[in-house]
Design a protein around this ligand. Structure first.
Ligand SMILES: [Zn+2]
Length: 324
């Protein structure tokens, strides 16, 4: 038995067949024609499915999960990825379901990319065997997902755990989402670089002003670069403490490009968390790096597909599934 997975991102459309242990046994990939029409984009998805369908394992396909850059509406089965302008409320689930290579009876399951990452970490990564976890992706933006009571909690439209848009400063800067002082305005790679620049930091000659360069300067002891990471860690800590107070977490997992800077982010995060997570039941919350890197999106999409098909077999309703 294999699980099918699609991972829709702004730069690539990836597909995989994943075995019952979470190993990728076959993969296919196309560049995302992000500036093209909705149908050209769909043709790239179809090409990935067609290539996977040539594999002998395809005959034992038991489910198909789709992880996509957000926003997604898993209830409606639609995607509107910020970086893919031609897809707005695009009915991806219906289009994948009706693709000729997809066997009858396979009901595609859509999740957002942060929820997919959460499902992957819960299945075989750092949150394995953890009942209550917050998994975060700190990258160009800040995303997240929740494991509650031993299963991924995606919410009705698949957006639960959206920690990047929790307000941590009521009077903070406006966020593109419409709110103020969102975590993402402090902790994303973009925000870290912007804050460093505002405080007078400049990237080495010829290099771009990115979080990667800020990290290099921080490692060399530049106080402005260190301050930008401290500010990011503080915002993340406040949001994590709030989440812990709401749902009682056992573990926090942090992945994504910015988390690759290691202690530059984790040290201030853990330091500030001590101050913000002050209630007994929120104290000493472990914060660990993600266990999966490159394939988390695909493995998580497969995991979401498995979870939904098991729920459906158990007659436990349609949580995490799309409307049928
Ligand atoms: Zn926001």
């Amino acid at each position: 038995m294999v699980y099918g997975a699609l991972d829709i991102g702004g730069t690539k459309i990836a597909g995989a067949l994943v075995d019952a242990e979470g190993h990728v046994v076959a993969r296919a990939q196309r560049p995302t024609p992000a500036r093209e029409s909705a149908e050209v984009l769909m043709a790239a998805v179809a090409a990935v499915l067609d290539e996977l369908a040539t594999r002998p394992e395809w005959a034992s396909l038991s489910c198909l999960g789709i992880g996509s850059a957000g926003p997604v509406d898993t209830f409606a089965g639609t995607v509107s990825p910020v970086n893919i302008p031609a897809w707005r409320s695009f009915p991806l689930v219906e289009r994948v379901r009706s693709h000729p290579a997809v066997p009858d009876g396979i009901e595609p399951v859509l999740v957002g990319d942060a929820v997919a990452m959460t499902a992957a970490e819960h299945w075989i990564g750092a949150a394995k065997d953890t009942a209550n976890a917050l998994c975060m992706v700190v990258s160009t933006g800040v995303g997240g997902g929740l494991v509650l009571g031993g299963s991924v909690h995606a919410g009705r439209t698949g957006n639960a755990g959206h920690i990047g848009h929790i307000t941590v400063d009521q009077h903070g800067p406006l966020c593109p989402c419409g709110a103020r002082g969102c975590v993402e305005r402090y902790a994303s790679g973009t925000a870290i670089a912007a804050h460093a620049l505002e405080s007078g930091w400049t990237p080495p000659a010829g290099l771009p002003a990115t979080a990667r360069e800020v990290a290099a300067s921080a490692r060399a002891g530049d106080p402005r670069a260190l301050a930008a990471f401290d500010r990011a860690g503080r915002a993340l800590a406040a949001a994590i403490a709030a989440t812990a107070a709401l749902v009682e977490l056992d573990l926090v997992v942090v992945g994504g490009g910015v988390s690759q800077t290691g202690d530059l982010l984790f040290a201030p995060l853990r330091h500030h968390l001590k101050a913000y997570a002050a209630l007994d039941f929120t104290r000493d919350l472990p914060v660990v790096p993600a266990g999966l890197a490159l394939d988390a999106g695909l493995i998580g999409a497969a995991a979401a597909g498995v979870a939904a098909s098991e729920l459906s077999r158990a007659g436990a309703g349609t949580r995490g599934r799309t409307a049928t």
